[in-house]
Design a protein around this ligand. Structure first.
Ligand code: PLP
Length: 390
């Protein structure tokens, strides 16, 4: 058997992640690998931390990328903050809230659930009632942008309620960072994690995290060791912490960190608020174009994520056949439904670099080409939205 180099066909990635990687980021990846303790590299690491503080809108000193995907950022938060016997309120309105429950249990914590239906935001009143009924709770965890359903929860309101009950917050911002308004300090969020492959349009495999003073204090007061050696922030900080003495903890993914640096530069050049507005505009254009095809949204208008459009598959349309045809004929990837939504929902991502008019228009024409019928022109409807914003 002989093998040859792998050259994937370029795709347009409009699913739940990874999203299209910006060419400047791909170029950054190919720069020469240097040592992960090289002074030049250490200087770049400090810039990554500062750029992440901007992206998260925080002054938290403990802000860094964990060397593993978003799920590892999730584990970093739970493993460091939850000790055996701790009571943790988890708001669950989709797949990722369910994973938070798993994390609490594996840390020996006791989960207290606030359940909301798939496709809806977390209900702040339910959280408040649960916290009043459970004064033993000391942490509240929730997902800001539920990628499995396309629902955005009011992170500011939920964090305020948690603080009023003297609880720390753990927030999943994997899909929101860079795509939707997020203000860690103003909203009083204590611990947060994200991912690089959604609205940052970077390669998968890194997880930015940030911890505020109250969270750091809680980690310092732990009675037990963090059960994960790799994710123990006390040890990770020996490498990522500021100061002259940096020690080997693990070999940092050097080139992936060049990529993240470039991705964060792109975000800073565009400006956070401009990026949020761009995601909203492209979402509005997509929505206008889907309407003539009779395609409706799963989530109510006030809780829709602009970067993850969950829509009901119209009656009589073959889910798998459409997605296969989009991929093979148009090199276009859209996301399938998860769990209860499998076969009933498409998840059309407009994340980061992929959130641009060209992709919205291409997706609408491709859907028509593979058999979705429209009464009036979807592309014209989307173009009208762009025209009205010029
Ligand atoms: C993608 C995602 C994750 C997991 O990130 P990975 O990089 O796949 O590990 C966690 N939470 C949410 C909301 C996500 O969308």
């Amino acid at each position: 058997m002989t093998y040859s180099a792998f050259h994937p066909t370029p795709r347009t990635l409009m699913g739940p992640g990874p999203s299209d990687v910006h060419p400047r980021i791909l170029e950054a990846l190919s720069r020469p690998t240097i040592g992960h303790l090289d002074p030049q590299f250490v200087t770049m690491m400090e810039e990554v931390k500062a750029l992440l503080q901007y992206a998260f809108q925080t002054e938290n000193a403990l802000t860094l990328p964990v060397s593993a995907p978003g799920s590892a950022g999730m584990e970093t938060c739970f493993a460091n903050l939850v000790e055996p016997g701790d009571h943790v309120v988890v708001c669950r309105n989709g797949v990722f809230g369910g994973r938070m429950v798993e994390n609490v249990e594996r840390c020996g914590g006791i989960p207290i659930l606030v359940d909301d239906p798939w496709g809806q935001a977390v209900d702040p009143d339910k959280l408040a009632a649960t916290l009043s009924a459970h004064p033993e709770a000391s942490i509240v965890a929730f997902v800001h942008a539920e990628t499995s359903t396309g629902a955005r929860s009011d992170a500011q309101a939920l964090a305020r309620i948690a603080r009023a009950h003297d609880c720390l917050t753990i927030v999943d911002a994997v899909t929101s960072l860079g795509g939707s308004e997020l203000r860690v300090d103003d909203w009083g969020i204590d611990a947060i994690y994200s991912g690089t492959q959604k609205c940052l349009s970077c390669v998968p495999g890194l997880s930015p995290v940030s911890f505020g003073e109250r969270a750091v204090e809680r980690i310092k007061q732990r009675k037990t060791k963090v059960q994960s050696w790799f994710l123990d922030l006390n040890l990770v900080m020996g490498y990522w912490g500021s100061g002259a003495k940096r020690a080997y903890h693990h070999t940092a993914p050097v080139n992936s960190l060049y990529a993240l640096h470039e991705a964060l530069l792109l975000l800073q050049e565009e400006g956070l608020e401009t990026a949020w507005q761009r995601h909203t505009l492209n979402h509005q254009a997509l929505q206008a174009g889907l309407a003539p095809m009779g395609i409706e949204f799963v989530v109510d208008a006030d809780a829709r994520l602009p970067q993850l459009n969950s829509v009901w598959i119209p009656e009589g349309i073959d889910d798998a056949a459409v997605r296969t045809q989009l991929l093979s004929e148009f090199n276009l990837e859209i996301g399938a439904g998860l769990g209860d939504f499998a076969g009933r929902v498409w998840r059309i991502g407009l994340m980061g670099y992929a959130s641009q008019p060209k992709n919205v228009l291409a997706c609408l024409s491709a859907l028509q080409a593979v058999g979705l019928h429209a009464d009036t022109s979807p592309v014209a409807a989307a173009q009208a939205v762009y025209a009205s914003h010029r």
